[in-house]
Design a protein around this ligand. Structure first.
Ligand code: SGN
Ligand code: CA
Length: 544
C-alpha cells in the first residue's frame, strides 16, 4: 500500500514538475522564438529625393551605388507614387496608412490630430523596439518610439539642433552624417536586442536649400550636369496651373539657393531681390558655420561668386537658366552623394552584425522632385517627377534579389506592408494594400489598376493650384480647382514627359469618359468628395 502511494505521488509530482517546466518554457521561450522570427524594419526616407537622381533608376545624373544595392539585392518599384506630393502630408499618410483628406494632414500647415494611431505605436505595442532619428516635420513629439532625436521643423544642415526626450541638444557637424551616427549608435548600443526593431532613419537632405558637406560642395561645383529635355518648357498645350506655378529655376531660385554671396550680387549692382537671400546668409546654414567650418566652404563660395560676377551681367536669358540649373543641380546632387555614402554605412553595419538577412530595408523619399524638368525645382504637382517617388526594398529572407516591379503602388501602402511583414494585425480603417504579394514576386495577386492623388496647399509658396486626379499605367486625368476649373489628360505612354494635355482631343473621348467614371469610383472608395474639398478650402482660409 505504502509503495503504491509513494509510486503514485512520484508520478503525480513528476507530471507536475514537467507541466511547470513546460509552462515556464511556454511563457519565456515561445514569445522570444516568435519575436526572433519577426523581421526588423529599417525605414530610410530622405526629403525631396527624386528617382531621377538614383542610379538604380537612371545613372544619367549621379551614381548611388549604396542605395542601388537595396534594389540589386531586393526589389525596385518603377511606378511608386505618393498620394499628395508634399512633406508632412506624405509622412502623415505613411504613419497612418490613410489618404490625407482622412488623416486631416492635407498640407504642411494644417495641424495633425495626434489622437490618431501611428505606425510606430502599433509596432511598439506588438513588442518591437522602436526609434526615429532625423527629420519628421510633423509635430515634434513622435508617439510610439522608445527613442527619438528629431530636427525641429525643417531643421538645419549645419550643426543641427535636435529635439529629444530629454530636451534640446545641438550637435556639431553635417546633418546627414549626424543622423546616421545617431542611427548606428542606437542599432549597435542602445536598442533592446531581445526584441526585433522598427527604425525610422529620416534624412533632411536633399531638401532646399541643398547645402552640401564642404568636400562634396567643392567636388560637385566643378561638375557639368546634363540638362533635361524639357528645361525650356514654355507650358504651351497645358492649362493655367503649369503656367502660374512659381518654381522656375531661372526666375524663382534665390541667390541663397545658388550660394552666391550677397556681396557678389551687390558688387555687380544688382538688387538682392528677396530679403531672404541676405537673411539666409545671416541666419540659416551659412550663419551656423563655426570659423573652422566656414574656412572649408569659403574657397568654393568665392569661386562661385567670382564666376557669377564675371559672367552673369552679360548672359542671355537662356544662359542664365543654364547657369542656375548647374548651380542648383551641383548642390542637390552633392547632398545626395552624402546620403548615399551614409546609407552604405548602415548597410555595412547590417552585414557586419548579421542582421541583414532578416531586416527589411526600405529606401524612399517623402515625394519626388523636379530636377529641371519643365524648367522647375520643387514638387507638389501630380506630374511624373514629383508624383513618383523612389521605392527600393530589400529583405533577403523573403525577397528574391533583382526584381523590378511596375505596378501602381503608393506610400499609402507602406503601413500595411510593414505590419503584414511583422505579423501585426492591420487596423481595418487603413486605406492601402500590403505590398507583400509583390515583394514575393506574386504579381498575379495584385489587382489595382489606378491610384488616387489630391494636393491642397494653395494659395501658398510655389503657387501650385489645388488638384486631384487618377493615374493608371497608361493615362493621367487631373482636375485643377479652387480659382480655376480645368481638366487635363496625359497619355503616359505616348507623352511620358507630359507636354501635351489631350483632354479636349476627340480621339481620347472614350478614355476621358472611362477615366471620369473610374475617378468618381476612387473618390467614393477613398471617401473623398466635393463637400470635403470645400471643407478644406474653408479651413485653409486665414482666420482674422
Ligand atoms: C520651404 C521651401 C520650399 C518648399 C517648402 C516645403 N522654401 O518653404 O521651397 O516647397 O519648404 O517643403 S525654403 O526657401 O524655406 O527652403 S517640404 O519638403 O517641407 O514640404
Ligand atoms: Ca519633402
Amino acid at each position: 500500500m505504502l509503495r503504491k502511494i509513494i509510486l503514485r505521488s512520484f508520478i503525480v509530482l513528476s507530471i507536475l514538475i514537467l507541466t511547470l517546466l513546460s509552462c515556464k518554457n511556454g511563457k519565456v521561450d515561445t514569445p522570444q522564438k516568435k519575436l526572433s522570427a519577426k523581421p526588423n524594419i529599417l525605414f530610410i526616407m530622405s526629403d525631396d529625393h527624386a528617382y531621377q537622381a538614383i542610379s538604380a533608376y537612371s545613372d544619367k545624373l549621379i551614381k548611388t551605388p549604396n542605395i542601388d544595392r537595396i534594389a540589386k539585392e531586393g526589389i525596385l518599384f518603377t511606378n511608386a507614387s505618393v498620394t499628395n506630393s508634399i512633406c508632412a502630408p506624405s509622412r502623415a499618410t505613411i504613419l497612418t496608412g490613410k489618404h490625407t483628406h482622412i488623416n486631416g494632414k492635407i498640407d504642411n500647415i494644417m495641424p495633425f490630430d495626434t489622437t490618431q494611431v501611428t505606425l510606430p505605436q502599433l509596432f511598439q505595442k506588438a513588442g518591437y523596439a522602436t526609434a526615429m532619428f532625423g527629420k519628421l516635420h510633423f509635430g515634434n513629439n513622435p508617439k510610439g518610439v522608445d527613442d527619438f532625436m528629431i530636427l525641429p521643423g525643417q531643421g538645419s544642415y549645419i550643426n543641427p539642433k535636435f529635439i529629444t526626450q530629454k530636451g534640446d541638444t545641438t550637435i556639431t557637424g553635417y546633418v546627414t552624417d549626424i543622423i546616421t551616427d545617431l542611427t548606428l549608435d542606437w542599432l549597435d548600443k542602445k536598442r533592446d536586442k531581445e526584441k526585433p526593431f522598427m527604425m525610422m532613419y529620416l534624412h533632411k537632405a536633399p531638401h532646399r536649400a541643398w547645402w552640401p558637406s564642404p568636400e562634396k560642395f567643392k567636388e560637385y561645383s566643378q561638375k557639368n550636369i546634363p540638362e533635361p529635355a524639357t528645361l525650356f518648357d514654355d507650358y504651351s498645350n497645358r492649362g493655367q496651373a503649369a503656367k502660374s506655378a512659381e518654381m522656375n529655376i531661372r526666375d524663382q531660385l534665390l541667390s541663397y539657393d545658388n550660394k552666391v554671396l550677397p556681396q557678389a550680387i551687390e558688387e555687380i549692382g544688382l538688387p538682392i531681390a528677396d530679403s531672404r537671400n541676405k537673411l539666409y546668409f545671416e541666419k540659416a546654414d551659412f550663419a551656423r558655420l563655426n570659423p573652422k567650418q566656414k574656412s572649408l566652404y569659403q574657397p568654393t563660395l568665392d569661386a562661385i561668386a567670382e564666376d557669377f560676377k564675371t559672367h552673369w551681367p552679360t548672359m542671355s536669358e537662356e544662359e542664365k537658366m543654364r547657369w542656375q540649373y548647374q548651380r542648383y543641380m551641383q548642390d542637390y546632387l552633392a547632398c545626395i552623394a552624402s546620403v548615399d555614402e551614409n546609407v552604405g554605412r548602415v548597410l555595412n553595419y547590417l552585414d557586419d552584425s548579421g542582421l541583414a538577412e532578416n531586416t527589411m530595408v526600405i529606401y524612399t523619399s517623402d515625394q519626388g522632385f523636379y530636377l529641371g524638368e519643365h524648367g522647375w525645382f520643387d514638387k507638389r504637382f501630380i506630374y511624373n517627377e514629383s508624383f513618383k517617388t523612389p521605392l527600393l526594398i530589400r529583405w533577403p529572407n523573403q525577397i528574391k534579389a533583382g526584381i523590378t516591379n511596375d505596378e501602381m503602388v503608393q506610400n499609402l501602402d507602406f503601413a500595411q506592408t510593414f505590419l503584414e511583414a511583422a505579423q501585426i494585425e492591420i487596423p481595418s480603417d487603413m486605406q492601402g494594400e500590403s505590398l507583400m504579394p509583390l515583394l514575393k514576386g506574386n504579381t498575379a495577386a495584385w489587382h489595382r489598376e489606378a491610384v488616387y492623388y489630391h494636393y491642397y496647399e494653395y494659395p501658398a509658396v510655389h503657387m501650385v493650384k489645388r488638384h486631384y486626379g487618377i493615374v493608371t499605367k497608361a493615362y493621367k486625368l487631373v482636375h485643377f480647382y479652387y480659382d480655376v476649373d480645368e481638366w487635363e489628360l496625359y497619355d503616359r505612354k505616348k507623352d511620358p514627359q507630359e507636354m501635351k494635355n489631350v483632354y479636349e482631343d476627340p480621339a481620347y473621348a472614350s478614355v476621358v469618359a472611362n477615366l471620369h467614371k473610374k475617378l468618381n469610383e476612387l473618390r467614393l472608395k477613398y471617401k473623398d468628395s466635393p463637400e470635403l474639398d470645400k471643407k478644406f478650402i474653408d479651413l485653409s482660409k486665414p482666420v482674422n
